[in-house]
Design a protein around this ligand. Structure first.
Ligand code: GLU
Length: 396
């Protein structure tokens, strides 16, 4: 039987970021010189002070199952980190460690969403939010923003999107894919709306917290009226160059944390033991230890902005965090370039892949069909070469 799969999986979209990364790998293996600017993955090595602790953990025979919600000393370190960096006072029973922030988000959605519940996603949003909501049989509802508002939504837009079915709002600052960062004032204004709807929960994805170029990071749960309704998600991948180590965590009301542990206990159990030990070292280090990476991303951001500005048809915002730029390229829609018709952002990314040998991701996957996402978590040489190629491929 060819396809006897469940409707659940048949209806699930493939992750566009991972699909483009796989395509890039496949073409590279065939000997085609592709520059991969599709994946949000730091090109640094994990810092030595973290690797050292992981090596020691292996020698110390950390090899058994861990508590489902994480080692208790790790959870204590996470509480300290939340207090130090975010002024959030969580107890250890409010913390759950998972196999990456993606699992943290999936747990939270699974335990809160019933079939038919609405989940508000601020578009552009990270590709997997909508798929995770669909898996829980919830309805992903887009609250749209675009480049004219620096990809942020207003309190009025939020209010207009709320219905009786709304159960959860997912926010993400710094944002993947736009790089926008909400200020404290902007978050306070959104919280004023939410105060009127006590039945709505908030998932605040703060995975890019440290990749920030100036607007101070503000945790949504820091707003007193929101603390008891907010799940704060964070992880190790981006700030510590630890994407493959797969460690994410939440701080949440204890009843939600308990439910996430129950969910995880039936699916994956505790996260990898060695990675958990290494996470303690990462989180106990002051953020100044990873500043060299943030400084480098900042300088690459300047470079890519300058280079992209010289291409006609690219409309840009200035990302304030994360390592993506999300140009509006709708000016190319309806045009033919080198005999190839560009009708939408997907056509444009395919064109760039085939003609310029540069991998990017279509904005459709992020709920923003006029844009493409370019990751600048790549070396300056690669960025220069990639943008040169893009520019050349578009000269007609
Ligand atoms: N979060 C990264 C990205 O958006 C990694 C890939 C993924 O899990 O989507 O590129």
């Amino acid at each position: 039987m060819e396809n006897n799969l469940s409707d659940r999986i048949n209806n699930l979209p493939v992750s566009a970021t991972l699909a483009m990364a796989a395509k890039t790998r496949e073409l590279k293996e065939k000997g085609i010189d592709i520059i991969g600017l599709s994946l949000g993955e730091p090109d640094f090595n994990t810092p030595d002070f973290i690797k050292k602790v992981a090596k020691q953990a292996i020698d110390d025979n950390y090899n058994s199952y861990t508590p489902v919600d994480g080692y208790s000393d790790l959870k204590k370190s996470i509480c300290n980190k939340f207090l130090r960096d975010n002024c959030l006072k969580y107890e250890t029973n409010q913390i759950v460690v998972s196999t990456g922030a993606k699992q943290s988000i999936a747990n939270a959605v699974q335990v809160l969403i019933n079939p038919g519940d609405d989940v508000l996603l601020v578009a552009p949003y990270w590709v997997s939010y909508s798929a995770i909501v669909m898996l829980a049989e919830g309805n992903p509802i887009e609250v749209r923003s675009d480049i004219s508002s620096d990809f942020k939504i207003t309190p009025l837009q939020l209010e207009n999107s709320i219905t009786k079915k709304t159960k959860l709002l997912i926010i993400n600052s710094p944002n993947n894919p736009s790089g926008s960062v909400y200020t404290e004032k902007e978050f306070l204004e959104l919280s004023k709306v939410l105060e009127k709807y006590p039945e709505i929960y908030i998932l605040s994805d703060e995975i890019y917290e440290h990749i920030n170029y100036g607007v101070p990071h503000f945790s949504f749960a820091k707003i007193p009226s929101m603390f008891k309704r907010t799940i704060t998600v964070n992880g190790l991948a981006k700030a510590f160059a630890m994407t493959g180590w797969r460690i994410g965590y939440i701080g949440a009301p204890a009843w939600i944390a308990k439910a996430c542990t129950k969910m995880q206990g039936q699916i994956t159990s505790g996260a990898n033991c060695i990675a958990q030990r290494a996470t303690i070292a990462a989180l106990e280090a002051p953020p100044s230890k990873i500043k060299y990476m943030v400084d480098e991303f900042k300088s690459r951001r300047q470079l890519i902005i300058e280079l992209l500005k010289s291409i006609n048809g690219f409309k840009l915002n200035e990302p304030k965090g994360a390592f993506y730029i999300f140009p509006d390229i709708s000016e190319f829609f309806g045009k033919k370039i080198k005999g190839k018709r560009i009708n939408n952002a997907s056509d444009f990314t395919i064109y760039l892949l085939e003609e310029a040998h540069v991998a990017t991701v279509t904005g459709d996957a992020f709920g923003s069909p006029k844009n493409i996402r370019i990751s600048y978590a790549a070396s300056k040489e690669e960025i220069k070469e990639a943008i040169d190629r893009i520019k050349l491929s578009l000269e007609f």
